[in-house]
Design a protein around this ligand. Sequence first.
Ligand SMILES: [Zn+2]
Length: 105
Amino acid sequence: MNKRVRKNKPMGQIKIAKERIEKLLNIAKVDFENHPERCKKYVELAKKIGKRYNVRFTKEQKRSFCKKCNQLLIPNKTSEVEADSRKKLIIIKCTNCGNIYRNPY
Ligand SMILES: [Zn+2]
């Protein structure tokens, strides 16, 4: 029996993958104060796990880092946050690569 033929990952593994992603992103946030250079690696690892197990990030998780450079987006530290009240948008700019995110609120 060839294991690679099996397409669907067992549910248990997906649950563990989800937990690991959540943990990694939490560690990244906590570790940012002391080791900001490590954060990208946590985000990269979380993304890798997500890809491997086909696990989608939650909205909140997706907004917590830059999709382009994997930097953790922390308001006034690694990101500039602006609110556009007319369009009801929160504009988040990554200070590392300059990528801009517009999120409705
Ligand atoms: Zn960026």
